[in-house]
Design a protein around this ligand. Structure first.
Ligand code: PXL
Length: 278
């Protein structure tokens, strides 16, 4: 049976991230990808001025309830950028309506990066996001988001193992979920993710490219979800996602030095398919 997922994110019409990244990547990995758009923006909020924002909060539960009335349910739910605290609460209800009993919830608490909340979020936004993380089977924060969820100071890399491992253990205790922490690096040349499940910490690295590209968190989480739903274990899925993200950044570097336009993940999709043995 083909697996079916619901991706619940915004549509940023320009600047590859959220649904314009999740939909192509997860579909290419052979998973039926249904969507619940949470908002439509002209661009993402990271560096563009004057973007439009059409809130779709009032559509979310009606979509879920219609699916229910049609007997439609999903094997997994993958949430990302959510536009308001109210929307998080509604998404929690939505998960209960559409997800199969033994389905999984993967939450990317997409709300912050480089020590700062994204434009427009109130300071207490992480507290509400923590409630959604508590429902999740797997959470996929970057280090800024992890620090905010825990209410501990954000540090810049290179990191020491004690800081990373403390975050993993505390987050898993607080949320009772498995953790994939992104943006981990201990030395100049390597960057990747750390995973934590059943009391075990593992690391997955690739080359560290010291420039900022927007949307890499969504590219990573979408590849992770694709790998998990194709039967990979957490560590293998994280390694595949690290390699896919790094490969996408390298392809982008050939075209653009660094920017807010997102990464060229499209050209890297054949490598993802190969890794997934599809
Ligand atoms: O990539 C995360 C993201 C998703 N959606 C919107 C964003 C961002 C990050 O800034 O602004 C609208």
């Amino acid at each position: 049976m083909q697996k079916r997922i619901a991706a619940i994110h915004d549509i940023s019409c320009f600047g590859k991230c959220s649904l314009t990244v999740a939909l192509p990547i997860i579909s290419a990995a052979g998973i039926e990808t249904t969507v619940i758009p949470t908002a439509i923006l002209s661009t993402h909020t990271g560096g563009f001025k004057g973007f439009t924002f059409c809130d779709l909060t009032s559509e979310i539960l009606p979509v879920a309830n219609h699916w229910k009335s049609e007997g439609i349910s999903v094997d997994a739910v993958y949430t990302g950028y959510l536009g308001s605290k109210e929307q998080i609460e509604i998404v929690m209800k939505t998960v209960d309506i559409i997800k199969e009993k033994d389905g999984i919830l993967i939450v990317d608490p997409a709300m912050a990066d480089n020590g700062k909340l994204y434009v427009g979020f109130p300071e207490d936004f992480p507290l509400e996001m923590l409630n959604l993380c508590k429902m999740a089977d797997i959470i996929v924060p970057n280090i800024t988001e992890a620090a905010m969820l825990l209410g501990i100071p954000y540090k810049e890399g290179p990191y020491d193992k004690a800081y990373i491992e403390d975050i993993l253990i505390k987050l898993s205790e607080v949320t009772n979920s498995k953790v994939v922490l992104t943006g981990v690096w201990f030395e100049e040349t390597k960057l990747g993710a750390a995973t934590y499940e059943n009391g075990k910490i593992e690391y997955c690295f690739s080359e560290r490219i010291n420039t900022l590209y927007h949307g890499t968190g969504d590219v990573f989480a979408s590849a992770l979800v694709s790998s998990l739903l194709n039967g990979k274990g957490l560590k293998d899925a994280a390694q595949i996602a690290v390699d896919f993200t790094c490969g996408s950044i390298k392809k982008t570097q050939l075209l653009r030095p660094n920017d807010k336009y997102g990464v060229c993940f499209e050209a890297e999709i054949p490598n993802l398919i190969k890794e997934l043995e599809l």
